[in-house]
Design a protein around this ligand. Structure first.
Ligand SMILES: Nc1ncnc2c1ncn2[C@@H]1O[C@H](COP(=O)(O)O)[C@@H](OP(=O)(O)O)[C@H]1O
Ligand SMILES: [Mg+2]
Length: 223
């Protein structure tokens, strides 16, 4: 087994007001590519430094605590990375390229001058990692036919926002959880600290333009 998360999000009047992410296989300290690969669960057995509980209450910040430690004082406030230089950034994406196009995120990374390879992780642990400044960008470009469900993003969304990050679609619109079970997204999801997020939106407009614009550009001249 690789990474997974048990996720709870609470909506009030269409706004995510509370989020909790339980990540049993996630190291509390630095995370490597190996942690996203098969066998992460087996390696985590008996390790006291593995297992994270992220939480955020709207307007009250984001926190992480060891998953198995119930002491309230074990939770520490977390923030997204303060990196502003994309060339030093590490970006995260799905392990499964059917969930998110690796080609599109690679093109985005090239446009931004990112040199590090992607950190590939399953599930909403990516939002947790982003919120504690481990990995500074999260990109998700699902196939156009796929509809993202609110429960796959609600908890991570409020945690990242409360940690100081931005979570929008590729057109820059903040995710809207008020419209039923599906998110209505322009192309995909981009999450990052504000300065990097701005750069990512510019890159998305260039290398991953909206389908209509791309089709218009590709249309043969003179028809
Ligand atoms: N093409 C696809 N087919 C099935 N599930 C998909 C999908 N694209 C995205 N998902 C969703 O993406 C989630 C996993 O995201 P990631 O790739 O970041 O690990 C899945 O959650 P579950 O694993 O809880 O079903 C599933 O709901
Ligand atoms: Mg699911």
């Amino acid at each position: 087994m690789r990474q997974y998360a048990v996720c709870l999000g609470m909506l009030q009047d269409g706004e995510v007001v509370l989020g909790v992410l339980g990540c049993p296989n996630l190291p509390q300290g630095p995370v490597s590519d190996e942690d996203g690969r098969s066998g992460a669960a087996a390696r985590a057995v008996g390790q006291s430094h593995v297992g994270c509980l992220f939480s955020a209450l709207r307007n009250h910040g984001a926190y992480v605590a060891p998953l198995w430690d119930e002491r309230e004082e074990a939770a520490v406030r977390i923030h997204v990375s303060d990196l502003s230089d994309a060339s030093a950034a590490r970006f995260m994406e799905s392990v499964d390229s059917r969930h998110s196009s690796h080609d599109t995120s690679a093109a985005m990374a090239r446009e931004l001058g990112v040199v590090l390879p992607p950190l590939r992780m399953d599930s909403q642990v990516k939002y947790g990692l982003l919120s504690r400044g481990c990995g500074s960008i999260f990109m998700r470009f699902p196939p156009p036919s796929y509809r993202e469900k609110i429960w796959d993003h609600a908890a991570g969304f409020v945690i990242v926002e409360e940690a100081g990050g931005r979570v929008t679609d590729a057109g820059g619109t903040r995710l809207d959880f008020s419209r039923g079970r599906y998110l209505q997204l322009d192309r995909g999801i981009i999450a990052a600290p504000p300065v990097l997020h701005e750069q990512l939106l510019r890159a998305a407009a260039k290398v991953a333009p909206p389908a209509a614009a791309a089709a218009a550009t590709a249309a043969p001249v003179g028809l």
